[in-house]
Design a protein around this ligand. Structure first.
Ligand SMILES: [Zn+2]
Length: 330
């Protein structure tokens, strides 16, 4: 299997090309002291996609320790009562909200759009703190059902994979996008209600991902998606989105979605997707400490997929309750 996308990030960090900064979060220390089951430990760059079972077990169960500034609140996988990955989509379109999200002392996952105004700067910022690098995914634009959605607003900049593209054209677009987000450990779809329902196109996509040892996360923008099943057939490690946090962008709706996610995470590893919006950032800022206090850990998406399993029998494959079908935001 090909080397995972996190290796360039590690090399860049080792060579000191990315300037470290301190991200003081005194609140983290307070949490570590208040919540007995929470450990605070340094983060490290994501492992290769297919390394399994190598992360999240360093903390001693039931211990609490504060190791200084610029570190994340963590719960070991084995110790946690629930497991959640929080994926921030559409990264690269703006800076301020992304920066607030980056500074949260939890291991959020950031899916970066190619061809966006901040595509490259966003990645540099996400990797800039060697104590708290954030996992990066590629947010790959895929054809939605309505063609007009591809030519409105920021989508005009984007180079969508189309169902009418030849296999060679699809491959070329994917490779071009990956060159723009070279440290991505996996790919999820931006929009894509038409393309993810197209088995022939998904075969091409998964073929490229398999060659490169990358994960796929099906954002599930349509109930007709075949992305996850094709990924399984092709041997690509895969999971799917359980809850869209901000399909309805009101604060109360986001709070409700977060509650849903917390409940589900107690029964299966849960993937949630949100977007850089003020209400979402505010809600996560308030909510993450309460999640931690309930013993629910936040994990980089690749870790959740590894620990939760990515085989056909995976718990991530279990058909989930009604909330999974109520939203379809790209
Ligand atoms: Zn998107």
């Amino acid at each position: 299997m090909a080397v995972g996308g996190s290796a360039p990030a590690r090399r860049a960090l080792q060579k000191g090309r990315l300037m470290p900064t301190l991200g003081p979060k005194m609140a983290v220390l307070a949490w570590g002291l208040l919540v007995g089951s929470v450990s605070i430990a340094g983060d490290r760059p994501a492992d290769r996609p297919h390394d399994r079972g190598t992360r999240g077990t360093a903390e001693e169960p039931g211990t609490s320790q504060s190791t200084g500034r610029g570190q994340d609140v963590r719960i070991s996988w084995a110790r946690a009562r629930g497991h959640v990955s929080i994926v921030i989509d559409d990264v690269g379109r703006e800076r301020l909200l992304q920066e607030r999200l980056r500074h949260l002392p939890y291991r959020l996952t950031f899916s970066v759009l190619p061809d966006a105004v901040e595509t490259h700067r966003a990645q540099r910022r996400l990797l800039q703190d060697p104590q708290r690098p954030r996992e990066i995914w590629l947010h790959l634009p895929m054809e939605p059902l309505g063609a007009t959605a591809m030519v409105r607003g920021p989508e005009q900049r984007e180079n969508f994979l189309l169902a009418t593209d030849s296999p060679a054209a699809l491959r070329s677009k994917i490779e071009r996008a990956l060159r723009q987000v070279p440290t991505a450990v996996g790919v999820n779809n931006h929009m894509g209600s038409r393309l993810t329902a197209d088995a022939a196109a998904m075969l091409v996509v998964m073929g490229v991902l398999r060659e490169r040892g990358l994960y796929f996360l099906d954002s599930r923008t349509t109930a007709d998606t075949v992305a996850e099943s094709v990924a399984h057939e092709m041997g690509v490690p895969v999971g799917h989105r359980h809850v869209f946090l901000d399909h309805n962008p009101s604060r109360s709706a986001i709070d409700n979605a977060l509650q849903d996610a917390a409940e589900v995470s107690l029964t299966e590893p849960t993937v949630v997707i949100g977007h850089p919006r003020k209400h979402l950032v505010d809600a996560l800022t308030d909510w993450l400490p309460t999640l931690q206090a309930r013993g629910i850990g936040v994990y980089p998406l690749s870790e959740l997929l590894r620990q939760g399993g990515t085989t056909r029998e995976s718990r991530l494959r279990v058909t989930t309750p009604s909330y999974t079908s109520k939203s379809s935001r790209p």
